[in-house]
Design a protein around this ligand. Sequence first.
Ligand code: SR1
Ligand code: MG
Length: 422
Amino acid sequence: MALEQAFAALEPETLPSRLGTLEILTEKLGPPSGWHVREVGDGNLNLVFIVEGGGRSMIVKQALPYVRLVGEAWPLPLTRSFFEYNALIRQADRAPGSVPEVFYFDERQAIIVQEFLSPHVILRKALIDGQMLPRLAEDLGLFMARTLFRGSDLSMEAAARKKDMARFAGNDALCDITEALVFTDPYYSAEMNSHTTPELDGIVARLRADRDLKVAAQEMKLAFVTRAETMLHGDLHTGSIMVTEDETRVIDPEFAYYGPMAFDVGMLLANYWMSYFSQRGHEQNGSREEMRRYLLDTISGTWTVFRDEFSRLWRQERTGILFQRCLYEDQGDALGAEQALERFLHALFEDMLGFAGLEIHRRILGLAHNADFETIAERAQKARCEAAALEFGRHIAVNRCHISSLDALEGLARQLEQESAR
Ligand code: SR1
Ligand code: MG
């Protein structure tokens, strides 16, 4: 495919002729005449094709010049593919083995050819099905600690980081989505919002009139917009993670940009919590109690692994311009560095709770809902699960500076969840 060719969306029928001269594909899949192509994208933005040939498979992902979920009425730049490609490369370097291997990138056509992960499934689906994945806390705690620490001024060379930050600032259209959909739209009757009605009408009106909550949302938005601490994944929900019993891979970093470290952590934990609150809608005869225990353990486990690995990196890899060793260890004051670490993690924990609360709200009140709740068949039960999650989200966002640990939140989560039972 000539690079100068104008953008054209791929179709299963046209893909073999358009990509059939790509050596990376023919090497792995054989000649294009033998390819079998399926479009399997179920996300909000892109086309995703599985291309099979010679008994092997590859993923071809292509951005569209608009938001797939909404249609051509909402244009979106193809450049997000460039940021996704660049983020994948950086994540592979900073957290080896955590993302799919990338084989080819075509900037003009916004195409990324990457490893087909099999027998992996999307984490959200696995959790809805009640699967307990044993590696989640370990793998995702490590992924976040390594990518967030190593992409920051705690680690990188300052000029290189500034150049990279300037590059990712170009991903403004995707930031704009997050800025509107996460931090603003849920808190007024924005045009594309929806919620389970009429059951949630009362709680929605109450949340939208809640001054403390709106202040919290805008404080978190201020942090998201202004605190370019590290390269974020930017959309780390359970639909952006693929799993088997033995492996966890993070996909789809097209929202990558430089923002506050706690954003990725908060988004992930929020999606675990939503899974927790939605289990009641998927259970038969108490069958999900063990799953709920697993999810609470995974939430605290993920944070613990994240905190421990971040602390290890702080002690061993703090080579950047922040909290420099010349001020601490080199003066025999290792304890000073520990004190700084403790304060850093404390602030990160508070921010994490703030982002998590808002992420829960926007998935129930905004445009982009989660299958965790959407697949609950009975509407009244769905609404009860959502109401419990909304209350929980409000509590952690508003009271984030007064919550000492995740253990301290388990009681509230349990209580609200039990109230969502019939
Ligand atoms: C219009 S895009 C809606 C959502 O889908 C993506 O996965 C992001 O989470 C975004 O907020
Ligand atoms: Mg995505």
